[in-house]
Design a protein around this ligand. Sequence first.
Ligand code: ASP
Length: 377
Amino acid sequence: MSTSRRDFLERSAMLAAAGFAPRTISFDEWEAERARVPAPLRSAGKNCVVGSANGLHADRPSGVKIAYDKIMKGEDTLDAIIAGVNTQELDPEDNSVGYGGLPNADGVVQLDASCMHGPTKRAGAVGSLEGIDTPSKVAKAIMDYTDHIFLVGHDAKRFALAMGFTERDLLTPKSKAAFEKWKADPKAYTPWVKQPPNRMRPRGGFDEQDYYEERGIPWTHGTINMNAVNAAGDVSSVTTTSGISWKVPGRVGDSPVIGAGEYTDNTVGAAGSTGRGESNIMVCGAFLAVEYMRQGVAPEQALVNVMKRVIEHSEKRLLDDKGRPFFDLTFYAVTKDGRYAGACAYEGAKYAVCDEKGPRLETCAYLFKQAERPRRG
Ligand code: ASP
């Protein structure tokens, strides 16, 4: 007998002796087992909307309030939060989402979005969508009218047009001017130049961000995520973005990736994120947050745990010598019983909430003080 086969048999015997042997059960046994497990959380009869800070506005109706009011009128949680993020997608002043979002390195606006509907266990997502200003609605249309979850690029646009969406130039005079300024800069990021991985700066690394800021070149990380629960305990989530500005054409971030940009499980709650998508995809952050909450971890601690996992799972070049990230990433969550939280790496970030106390910003939990944030140099 080969050594590896003998090892395998010995290990299996040890596991069986320790009670870890795989056991097959019949469907009826499985049903009976499931019936004994109570739903992890029960509705507390609370309506609540939680998401990124751009869901709150002082000078116009806030996205979280629009969504909350709809839920109070009995509208579906997903329809409500999609209406909440639509105002941001259509706002030319938000250069990180929808119309007016900063374009890719070719000067083309490419949008990503995804949504999940707890009660029906359905989801939709769209990546690299051009020429349609409300990708969150396209994601919902994919969910509602196809047997698929994720459409991308040119064919996603064809689908949207066939569904009656109207084509529009997504560049505004402001975002076009920003692109031209970026393009004219001699050090404009040339993302297609292959560099050794340890020399690649993180998108959002402070070198690049400072460089752009010093020259007055707009640069953005930004997205809107919204999650909601209603008094019946039904939960939904949505995330929509133009992604990282000046990105490699065709780059898709975390926002349309189910389980990364957002995730909903109607028995537990929902979570979502904004920030460096590549880091979030690596840990399936929204899914992981919901899984922590399923195990009984409170939402704030669940999100902090996810942030820690992100850091543990980051390449060296993305962290300073003390292991603190050079990038930003923020997570948001709501539970079926109406608890909520936001969390990120550095002190100071806010998130938007609306419940019976009205729309407001609350402070994210964090791992590091602002003063500990690594600086360029
Ligand atoms: N998460 C988005 C992305 O990576 C960008 C952001 O939220 O800043 O595309």
